[in-house]
Design a binder for this molecule. Structure first.
Ligand SMILES: Nc1nc2c(ncn2[C@@H]2O[C@H](COP(=O)(O)OP(=O)(O)O)[C@@H](O)[C@H]2O)c(=O)[nH]1
Ligand SMILES: [Mg+2]
Length: 218
């Protein structure tokens, strides 16, 4: 019985997510669903991305958190349309929550919508929101053994950003092991090693997301 209930919830979500997807398609908006643990660097990456791309792309952000509007305040400080969704306990965003959040935007004015999902390495990967790509960010301080322990997020993501590489000298992080595990769970994964602090590797990411956004808009 329980399995049926879960299946029903996921199917109901899929319907709303595909309605969102259709709307994004009509409006020519490229949507990235940014997922990762609390503290991996999601908001910091967003801030860097906005600063790099905001002259050439119209960017909007949805912030998903259990409580508070702290991340939305950080993003809004960059003069970008921002909506905060508080899930009130739920560990992920779903299609319906994102649909509600869209009411806060003029969709005709947006090229790129980035959704920062609730900090969690598990649940966000299970729920489609109508995105074009899922992108995940994990930091070296979380350990090199995570891909096989939390495979789903690695499997559903198009790109994996390994953040905080500036801290590698202080850690026993085995890069070969990490990359080996990540490719084992998802051979198509595009891995980018980055530091939001020093800026190392970020150009790769900027290029990746800018190219995808341009394709949608043209
Ligand atoms: N050393 C280092 N710290 C970082 C880096 N990126 C983010 N941080 C720090 O990690 C903490 C969590 O970042 P935040 O963007 O709020 O993570 P989020 O919870 O995933 O949104 C903050 O104190 C950031 O300044 C990085 O590349 N290197
Ligand atoms: Mg955040």
């Amino acid at each position: 019985m329980e399995i049926k209930v879960v299946k029903h919830i996921l199917e109901a979500n899929e319907v709303i997510a595909s309605q969102n997807r259709k709307l994004f398609e009509e409006k020519g908006i490229y949507v990235a669903n940014l997922m990762g643990s609390p503290g991996a660097g999601k908001t910091t990456l967003l801030e860097k991305t906005i600063e790099k791309l905001k002259e050439t792309k119209s960017i909007a952000v949805i912030e998903g958190d259990i409580e508070t509007s702290r991340d939305a305040e950080r993003i809004a400080a960059h003069a970008i349309p921002t909506v905060q969704i508080n899930t009130g306990g739920a560990c992920h965003l779903d299609g319906n929550m994102v649909r509600g959040g869209l009411e806060g935007f003029d969709l005709d004015q947006i090229d790129l919508l980035i959704v920062e999902n609730v900090g969690n390495l598990v649940c966000p990967a299970e729920f489609e929101i109508g995105e074009n790509d899922k992108a995940m960010i994990i930091s070296v301080t979380e350990g090199d053994d995570k891909p096989e322990k939390y495979p789903l997020m690695f499997q559903v993501s198009s790109v994996l950003l390994l953040n905080k590489i500036d801290l590698l000298p202080y850690l026993d992080f085995d890069m070969e092991r990490f990359q080996g595990e990540a490719f084992k769970v998802n051979p198509r994964l595009k891995i980018m090693n980055i530091s939001c602090k020093t800026g190392e590797g970020l150009d790769n990411w900027f290029r990746w997301i800018e190219e995808r956004t341009s394709k949608k808009g043209s």
